[in-house]
Design a binder for this molecule. Structure first.
Ligand SMILES: Nc1nc2c(ncn2[C@@H]2O[C@H](COP(=O)(O)OP(=O)(O)OP(=O)(O)O)[C@@H](O)[C@H]2O)c(=O)[nH]1
Ligand SMILES: [Zn+2]
Length: 349
């Protein structure tokens, strides 16, 4: 293995990206990972070190036409180094393995990718009175949609009086998802978190403001984070400030912390809801009607489970809320489109 490949591997480089990059068969392009995204300018991590880069007009056009995705933090790209100019050119975004998506504020129809090629997502919630199972269920659907492995991380365990009860309450939401309680204050439970970090994997944290994401990242990333805003000399001898959103840990592994992640709202798809509520989906299979809404239909297996105590009423309640938000509006849009088409057809006649 060459020196360059070793550097790239530490950034999460692997066979799927390697193949995509090789198929470009370019003599001048090199692979790099997006370390920070400033909209017009990017910071790339490459075998040459950190590079500043922009998107050329051709790629910009392709993005506008939907022929290419816009590069985001975590993406692997093929770039053309421009050492003299000081700003390199991103020529292509390599196919993503995973992506974390959120709904743009106020625009129900617009999706925004906040990070790419994430292997593990920590769904962070604090063990305080704010602990909100409904919100966690929403984050779970975001995670399931992303393709990354979700891990529930409950922070501030030092503030929780009944850890066992809290754990149990959350564990029922997603029995198959690993669950960890930690305290960044006392360090309790942090050992278990380390198993997800390292091995050139990329970890991202999502969770509401104030749950302790930054504090946890600081505990994990430690010295690597100190580089944020660090002054360093570039290859022209100038002092530049580097900004990072993707952190390469000294002991191996990568952590993504982007501003977008903080606002990562609710981007659920029907698919995500179904995966997050697999228990209800499974029960539904026993309903008499395949399109049962589990309301007043006879032979409803879901309401039967409710009666027998097998299913918690809150669980069904939040399922209904999410289905209303995610599935129903889509049907409404279809209806509206159909009505509009009919209207136009009539006018055309
Ligand atoms: N007691 C206790 N307090 C904590 C713990 N972790 C974080 N805090 C405190 O919780 C507050 C919020 O922590 P942050 O790390 O800034 O939360 P955040 O999730 O990054 O918030 P945003 O940056 O707004 O997204 C701070 O005052 C921390 O000191 C913990 O494990 N125990
Ligand atoms: Zn039913």
């Amino acid at each position: 293995m060459s020196m360059d490949e070793h550097v790239l591997e530490k950034l999460g480089w692997g066979p799927p990206f390697q193949e995509a990059w090789r198929s470009r068969a370019s003599d001048v392009e090199e692979p790099a990972r997006i370390g920070a995204d400033f909209g017009v300018e990017y910071v790339l991590y490459s075998a040459r070190g950190d590079m500043r880069a922009t998107i050329p007009g051709r790629l910009r056009m392709a993005i506008r036409k939907g022929q290419s995705v816009r590069p985001v933090v975590g993406d692997w790209v093929s770039f053309e180094p421009r050492i003299q100019e000081g700003t390199s050119i991103i020529q292509a975004v390599l196919p993503r393995r995973t992506q974390l998506v959120r709904k743009a504020a106020g625009r129900a129809d617009e999706e925004q990718v906040v990070a790419a090629n994430v292997d593990v997502v920590f769904l962070v919630s604090a063990l305080t009175r704010d602990l909100n199972p409904r919100r966690l269920e929403r984050y779970l659907t975001v995670a399931w949609d992303s393709g990354a492995q979700p891990v529930l991380v409950l922070t501030k365990s030092d503030l929780c009086e009944d850890l066992v009860a809290a754990r149990e309450r959350i564990a029922t939401l997603a029995p198959d998802v690993p669950l960890h309680t930690v305290s960044s204050l006392t360090g309790e439970g942090l050992d278990a978190i380390w198993q997800y970090i390292g091995g050139n994997r990329t970890v991202a944290l999502i969770g509401s403001s104030g749950v302790g994401k930054s504090t946890l990242i600081n505990r994990l990333v430690g010295s690597a984070r100190m580089e944020v805003g660090a002054v360093r000399e570039d290859d022209k001898g100038r002092h530049t400030t580097t900004h990072r959103e993707l952190f390469v840990l000294p002991q191996g592994g990568l952590v993504i912390d982007t501003p977008g992640m903080r606002e990562l709202g609710l981007m659920e798809s029907e698919e995500g809801v179904r995966t997050a509520f697999v228990d209800i989906e499974e029960l539904s299979a026993g309903c008499r009607f395949s399109d049962c809404r589990h309301e007043k239909e006879p032979g409803c297996a879901v309401r039967e489970a409710l009666r027998s105590g097998q299913l918690a009423p809150e669980r069904l309640e939040s399922y209904r809320k999410l289905v209303q938000e995610v599935v129903r509006p889509k049907q409404d849009t279809r209806k509206t489109t159909r009505a509009l088409n009919d209207f136009q057809k009539k006018r055309g006649r």
